[in-house]
Design a binder for this molecule. Sequence first.
Ligand SMILES: N[C@@H](CCC(=O)N[C@@H](CS)C(=O)NCC(=O)O)C(=O)O
Length: 203
Amino acid sequence: MALRLLRVPHSTNVERVALALAHKGLEAEWVDVDPDDRSAVVALSGQELVPVLELPDGGGLADSMAILAWLEAEHPEPPLWPADPARRAATDIALEWFDRVWKGPPNRIAEGAARAHDAADLARRLPWFEALLAGRDYLLSDALGVFDVCCFPFLKYGVLPVAADDPDPFHRVLAEHLPIAGRLPRLEAWVRRVDALPRASAT
Ligand SMILES: N[C@@H](CCC(=O)N[C@@H](CS)C(=O)NCC(=O)O)C(=O)O
């Protein structure tokens, strides 16, 4: 049975879930929410942001990474997290760093509240991703993992164009501040590699 999820167009965090669902061979029943009317999102989850997963008990689970953790627990195969405890802990540290540290500068720039070092921090951290891809196809291992799914919808803007009908200024900030194409070959190839993977589409 397809999992029911709420989404808005062009959402980075929704794309994380779409990639994870497809990786696990799961089908989605996507409910398209009007970006200007979040009442269905609030009714299901008590907050306004998407994605939200409708749980089997009728409740709603918000936050893309919480949804990915739920999918991993309920549908462990094929895995997104490594089984080895040390590699799993390193993965969780990377995930928390990405959402709590890496995302800060582009979010603040898009909100017009940039700090002095935000643009420099984004530039300084970009080669770290290039280095992670030395000798392997994915950021933390030879196979697609949860850190790839976490980062791809954001880093892709350094390679792939922003859709003409995408009004989100955050995506244009990412495109402007992530000089990947033509400069970081392993990272550019990784973006194209992950972009070629399937997403769970509407059933
Ligand atoms: N931490 C949340 C963030 C969710 C989030 O920021 N969602 C965006 C779409 S990517 C949203 O709903 N923004 C509100 C808006 O666009 O009005 C997650 O990972 O799901």
